[in-house]
Write a protein that binds this ligand. Structure first.
Ligand SMILES: Nc1nc2c(ncn2[C@@H]2O[C@H](COP(=O)(O)OP(=O)(O)OP(=O)(O)O)[C@@H](O)[C@H]2O)c(=O)[nH]1
Length: 300
């Protein structure tokens, strides 16, 4: 007689200080680009939920913003969102950059994670940049810090050992329902994804010139004609000088950002897109709580 296999499901928080590779890992797992990846720290401002579903399990990943000590209101908001996601979860993936020394940022995050009272998996990321000896040393170093459920060295960038993360998670997950349909990979509305895409292109095109004082917000998104979508989006900056950088000489930067973003948004939506981008200065928006909620950073 055939044995009935149980379906497992659960919620897993992905935490780590900025830039350790959380978004890269999530993108790897989902094999579809849904959360922003860039060289800059703290780009993941909106909590993005990713869902992995296969024959025998469903894992809902909570991609938290980088946990860090808040300096201004936006920072504080991001922290709250991150802690919030540690409630009602079944496991934590605690990511570190293996090629960097353990710093206060890592310890700060680990301290928060300990309180969650669920299995914590230490994910040593970026092993493509490490020697075998260095990996071994990292494992020994962290083993002494906390009784991790598992320590898994991976390269989120190459995908090395990412399957092991899923396999190990499956082992500790309990029998549970399928919370979301098979084909659903994120609960983020399309508007947020579109804004994320534009912000990512902006970071790429301006490199180090533009600080984090940037937000992208979709003001309007509506069908136009047959199989075309009109999107009006505003990029908010804090100063006139930033506005000039974002626009570029004769509009060159904005044009490049628009073209790159449009192509990706067309893939996402499966239709052609007219992308209408505006740049506005909103002084000191990061410190104004009301401006934050206006820009979509709502704390649930
Ligand atoms: N060499 C290497 N680079 C990686 C790996 N994983 C991520 N990176 C790079 O590290 C940088 C940061 O990656 P992200 O995925 O944006 O990091 P994050 O933790 O989501 O960062 P925040 O959004 O700031 O919280 C990017 O340049 C990635 O390409 C890896 O396995 N190997």
């Amino acid at each position: 007689m055939e044995e009935k296999t149980t379906f497992k499901s659960g919620f897993v928080a992905v935490v780590g200080r900025p830039n350790v590779g959380k978004s890269t890992l999530i993108n790897r797992i989902i094999k579809q680009k849904v959360s922003i990846v860039s060289d800059k720290a703290q780009t993941t401002r909106n909590r993005i939920l990713c869902i992995h579903t296969d024959e025998d399990c469903q894992i809902v990943f909570l991609d938290t913003p980088g946990i860090h000590k808040p300096k201004h209101k936006l920072g504080q908001f991001m922290d709250e969102a991150a802690y919030q996601s540690l409630k009602d979860i079944d496991a934590v993936l605690f990511l570190i950059s293996g090629n960097e020394k353990k710093g206060p940022g890592d310890m700060f995050v680990l301290d928060k994670v300990k309180d969650a009272g669920v299995p914590v998996f230490l994910i040593i990321n970026k092993v493509d940049l490490m020697s075998k000896e260095e990996i071994f040393q990292k494992i020994t170093e962290y083993n002494a810090l906390y009784p991790f459920e598992q320590i898994i060295p991976i390269s989120a960038l190459n995908g090395d050992n990412v399957d092991a993360v899923l396999d190990e998670l499956k082992k500790i997950l309990q029998e549970g329902p399928k919370y979301f349909p098979d084909d659903m990979i994120t609960d983020q509305p399309e508007r947020l994804l579109v804004a994320e895409i534009v912000r990512e292109k902006l970071f790429r095109c301006t490199r180090d010139e533009v600080p984090h004082a940037i937000a992208a917000y979709v003001e309007e998104m509506k069908p136009r004609g047959r199989n075309k979508v009109y999107i009006r989006l505003t990029i908010y900056v804090e100063r006139d000088s930033q506005k000039r950088i974002v626009i570029g000489k004769n509009g060159s930067v904005l044009k490049e950002v628009g073209e790159q973003a449009r192509r990706e948004i067309e893939n996402l939506l499966g239709s052609s897109v007219f992308l209408d981008i505006w740049v506005k200065v909103k002084h000191d928006w990061r410190n104004k709580a009301s401006a934050l909620s206006e820009l979509g950073y709502k704390n649930e």
